[in-house]
Design a protein around this ligand. Structure first.
Ligand code: FEO
Length: 400
């Protein structure tokens, strides 16, 4: 079983990670259908020994016992922190108590985060992109890969053995019975789900990071969660490249319009706005927020040059379906951050301003001033909708 196993990847390189098979929700955020693992790797050169990442704090004792099968923790020279999130740095504080002479190799952002995660002094070596360190026949090359998925992240490449330690990238929340991909059943669903939940908001950064490892001779991809890619490392990297590809360029600018309309008045405004945008050559994909598949909406956002929200005001607030749609924005990489808001209200009309504030918080720029009316739009109001759409279209076409 993995909880007691130390598994050799190649001579003097071992997996010393910990399984967490009964984890149901990762970080209190994402469901894990098959648990996870916290992968840590021990690399022993002729002169120095290094750990690459540690494990989540509750597993520290079992982890130290495993590492102790190969070397006393007091004799470890280096801990490479590819990423500081506590599922990987959670045992580092305890390890530094045992062995305060360890030097942590990490990025500048990771150093800053660790200072406040550990709240103690430690020896640190901040690495630069492409820097190498030789442990004695085992050479690490550090490849900065920021925002995969935190500002602190990097890859570590073991030159002689051609192993890429990629931390969260190319990982999966999947707790296998055996650690190598060629010994277990297909886990592609969990691999994609992990990308979709954790990596998808950083597609541009994924493109930059995967370009950096183009041409690198890679025998295995060794992530920090789930199976080690002994036979499918190139496939995992290719999948990330495919999923993070830039959105296709359509012939026309595209708009996503998300509308909720309790009594048909906001929908009536949306009809006019949509028609006018289409008259200006903008392709509109419209979602009724009361009956929407999240994935369709997320995919459309990644291809849209404009995001319109049509919202009523219900009980002095935007309705939950509107707020839900807005929460999905940070789960993807929107193509553009240009928005426009409209809506009809009955009593007080706060929703449009609230949505404005939310979009501003998400770094959206407004294509024009928001538009709202009380109850049923008059002919005059509908003419204002046409003007609104004309101004929005002008901004979109200028940004093209
Ligand atoms: Fe597996 Fe971002 O921590």
């Amino acid at each position: 079983m993995l909880d007691k196993a130390v598994i050799e990847l190649c001579k003097d390189v071992d997996w010393v990670g910990m399984p967490h098979p009964d984890l149901k929700v990762f970080d209190d955020l994402f469901p894990t259908h098959n648990g996870t693992t916290y992968n840590s790797y021990l690399v022993q050169g002729s002169e120095k020994t290094a750990l690459i990442d540690t494990v989540k704090a509750p597993f520290a004792d079992a982890f130290f016992t495993k590492v102790g099968e190969k070397i006393k923790p007091e004799e470890i020279d280096i801990v490479v922190v590819n990423h500081t999130e506590p599922d990987h740095s959670g045992s580092l504080g305890r390890l530094l108590e045992i062995n305060p002479d360890i030097t942590v190799y990490c990025t500048k952002a990771a150093e800053n985060f660790l200072k406040q995660l550990l709240n103690r002094d430690f020896n640190v070596h901040v690495v630069s992109d492409g820097e190498e360190v030789d442990l004695g026949g085992k050479t690490f090359r550090f490849i900065l890969a920021p925002y995969l998925h935190w500002p602190d992240t990097m890859f570590t490449y073991l030159v002689e053995d051609k192993l890429l330690f990629s931390c969260d990238a190319f990982g999966a929340h999947y707790c296998p019975e055996k650690i190598f991909d060629d010994e277990i059943a297909d886990f592609s669903y969990d691999f994609f789900f992990y990308f979709d939940c954790i990596m998808r908001p950083f597609k541009d950064k994924i493109r930059e990071a995967t370009a950096k490892i183009d041409g690198l001779d890679i025998e295995m991809v060794c992530p920090s969660h789930g199976p080690i890619r002994r036979s499918s490392g190139k496939g995992a990297i290719s999948a990330y490249k495919r999923w993070a590809a830039p959105p296709p360029q359509g012939e026309k600018p595209r708009a996503v319009m998300a509308v909720l309309s309790s009594h048909g008045n906001t929908a009536g405004m949306a009809d006019v706005v949509q028609k006018e945008l289409e008259n200006h050559g903008i392709e509109v994909t419209r979602f009724a927020l009361s009956d929407m598949r999240d994935d369709d909406f997320r995919n459309a956002l990644e291809q849209a040059d404009l995001f319109l929200v049509g919202t009523p005001t219900i009980q002095r607030d935007a309705p939950p379906q509107v707020w839900h749609a807005l929460t999905l924005i940070s789960s993807v990489t929107p193509k553009a951050r240009l928005g426009a808001i409209f809506g009809s209200f009955g009593w007080s009309g706060e929703a449009v301003k609230m949505v404005e504030a939310r979009l501003a918080g998400l770094k959206y720029k407004l294509a024009t001033d928001s538009l709202s009316f009380r109850f049923t739009p008059t002919e005059e109001n509908l003419a204002a909708c046409r003007d609104f759409a004309e101004q929005v279209a002008g901004t979109v076409l200028c940004e093209e």
